[in-house]
Every structure is written in structure tokens, then in C-alpha cells.
Design a binder for this molecule. Sequence first.
Ligand SMILES: [Zn+2]
Length: 260
Amino acid sequence: MNFTITPDLIYRRAEAPETPVDMLVIAAHPDDAELACGGVIAQMTHEGKRVAIVECTQGEMGSRGTPALRREEARKAAEILNLTERWNLHIPDGAIDAAPENVAKIVAALRYFRPNILLFPPEFERHHDHENAHRLVRTAYFQSGLSKFSVEVFGQKPATYRPKRLFTYMQTYEFEPNFYVDVSAHFETKLQSYYAHASQVYVPGAAQNLNEPQTLISSPEFLEYLKARARHFGGKIGVQYAEGFTSVEPLGLRSLSDML
Ligand SMILES: [Zn+2]
């Protein structure tokens, strides 16, 4: 199969592409990555690591905002998180599936960014787009290693590639994570990137748009919940704030001394 993919390039930090990246985050909707794992993204870029976000849909089925507004919000959040690059794949919102064209879009991202770590939605979720994005990424992960699956992106045909680590982040439904990451020092940056999606979320101190329908995440209570979960996870590992993740494949240590 041969595909030519033209991603919507929302943000690129430098004039020339900075690839490979250390970590790629794939999300169904424009604000999902910030909400689920903005802490580890901010932490990694603070450490000088390269991180990119690719979202599948423009969120056009959302009750609030427009695709153009949401695109601008995603660009602002990319700046706040100091991403190397951010793409939108323009898969129809509410209709993510593993059709060959969609698989090719994710394969293009995997081969172009060549991340060691891949973060993506969990298998069991409230929103069907999240579950379907999980399945789509798993399919693309495998296909990305097959040389007969040919994908051209930005005029090049990057070589086959599979990321080393497949970790799922947490969205609405809770699960027992395999591991937690201390994001205390970067929690404020996560919140700022989350507030960048102002058409979608409650932003303390900002004028609220009451003409638009209220949603789960547009309420002050949801922000409290987001903070409370991170605080709860932090408490489990003796820090202020943490995010939890599950590894698709078993995790091993090189040596027990890694735990010293
Ligand atoms: Zn979502």
C-alpha cells in the first residue's frame, strides 16, 4: 500500500524539523494530551528532551468552540509546553477508526518523529474516540514496522520504525497505573497549557462564556477534580502531584540499582 500524508502542521519550534523526538504523544482531541499528561510533557521539555503532540481530530463535534479557535489554542499550548512540533491529522471527530488511510496517518507520525516513548489513550475509556484512537495507534504501531506499508510525508519516505515504549495515559476512567511520575515541579505549566484551551475548560479568573453549552470539563468542579487526582497520585508516591501510566508491554529494570 502507498499513502501520501499531508499533516496540518500547527506548530514547529525551529525553522528546520527537530527529529527524532524523545517522546511522541498521540491524542484523539486537541486538549486531551494537556489534560492527561501535560505534567510529563512539561517535565521532559524542561529537561531538554524533544516532545511532539499529534492529535487525530479537530474536535469539531465538541459542544464549545470552533476548529479554527481550537487550532489557535493548540498552537498556544504547544508554545507553553515548548514542543518541537504539533500536528493535527483531520480525522473526523466522533468517527476515529482504523481505516487504512487513518493507519497511514499514524504510521507517518511514528516514522517521521521516531520517538523512543509513545504516549497514547487507554484501551478502556468513556469516549469511543479515545478507545478507537488506542486501537488505531496499536494497529499503526505494528504496520509502521512493515516495509511494504509505504508512507510519504512532507515529500519524504521515512524508514520503518516502532517506538521502544508504549505507555497509555489516563483520561476519564481510572485504572491502576503501572507507574507514577512526579510532576510537582511542572504542574503549574501543565495547568497553563490546559488553560490555553480556554474555549473548552474553566480558567480561573477569566470571564466565562456563558452563551456556550456547559460541559463536563468547562466547570470549576472539573478543575478541582483534575488537581485532586494528581494530588492523590502524588500522595501515593510521597510527592505533591503525579501522573499515572500503564505500559502495554512488561517493564524491566536494567539493574535493581536503578531503584537506589
Ligand atoms: Zn478526548
